[in-house]
Design a protein. Structure first.
Length: 299
């Protein structure tokens, strides 16, 4: 029998499991390959599915245990990214409107009905009067515990990036598209990325956050956040290096801080830093020669 890349990869994963390995690091390119395999397999399963629908299987107990697959189906993301008309912001101050969105997010029915997200809502942190907004994908274990975005190791890395820019957490506004930690069976500290269904369900909240904050610049942290916000299908490597437009607001896509935790390669750090330099220049922030030289190869 001829071996395929998929079968070889499964055999490799089986060998890791047999050796007791429970985690494996992936490059962005490897993630792109896995996404491609998944989409291809999903299309193939639809093409060979019977014409008559099968009876739905009983929902497992206890709830929630459903774990949606890491789909990247572009059809789930509409081209337009406008705030939903189903949310009407109240009159009042910026803080009043954000508090309204916070309360709304707590029991946001489109998200809760998915039965694939955990119960603790994590809203946002930082200065709502800022010109710079940073948006990630979803809270993880540490964010769920502290009820604040980006507080784990990825949050520490983000703090370092902001410090190198001459900023701090209380000078910017930090949020996630999905306000609840995506669930997994028997979940402890392990996390997963939100699915397009989960992002689409939560999108109205973050779009209204953007409407309230009215930032001059948005940084999308990671491919999941970028695809969700922009409605464009692609990897971080294909979307970074230029500015995108979200309802008239420039958006810079860069790698998620957790990606830097998995890579000690100065060239990868330089890519993120070049995105930050572009943001600083676009916003008219001062940039020193020392800052321009961060993570450049030593001569």
């Amino acid at each position: 029998m001829t071996s395929t890349p998929n079968s070889l990869f499964r055999h490799y994963l089986d060998s890791l499991i047999q050796r007791g390995t429970t985690r494996a690091s992936l490059t962005e390119e490897a993630r792109d390959v896995l996404r491609t395999w998944y989409v291809t397999a999903k299309k193939g399963s639809r093409a060979h599915s019977p014409s008559s629908p099968s009876s739905p299987s009983p929902r497992p107990e206890p709830q929630p245990t459903k774990t949606p697959p890491p789909s990247t189906n572009p059809e789930l993301f509409p081209e337009e990214r406008k705030p939903s008309s189903s949310i009407t912001l109240p009159e009042g101050t910026m803080e009043d409107k954000l508090q309204y969105l916070r309360d709304l997010a707590q029991n946001w029915k489109p998200a809760r009905d998915l039965n694939s997200l955990r119960d603790t809502m994590v809203f946002a942190t930082g200065n709502p009067h800022t010109q710079l907004m940073l948006i990630g994908e979803a809270p993880g274990y540490y964010e769920e515990v502290q009820r604040e975005p980006f507080v784990g190791r990825a949050g520490e890395k983000l703090n370092q990036i902001l410090k190198a820019m001459g900023l701090s957490r209380d000078m910017v506004y930090i949020s996630n598209i999905v306000k609840f930690r995506p669930s997994l069976p028997n979940q402890r500290t392990n996390n997963r990325a939100p699915t397009p269904e989960e992002i689409e369900a939560c999108l109205p909240i973050i779009m209204h956050e953007i409407q309230v904050i009215q930032p001059k610049m948005i940084i999308a942290l990671g491919g999941t956040a970028a695809v969700g916000l922009l409605g464009e299908q692609g990897s971080v490597s294909s979307m970074r290096g230029r500015f995108h437009d979200l309802n008239g607001i420039p958006v810079r896509v860069t790698y998620h801080p957790s990606y830097l935790l998995r890579s000690d390669n100065p060239r990868e750090k330089r890519k993120v830093w070049e995105d930050m330099l572009a943001v600083m220049e676009r916003m008219g922030m001062p940039v020193s020669e020392k800052q321009r030289g961060y993570f450049l190869p030593r001569e």
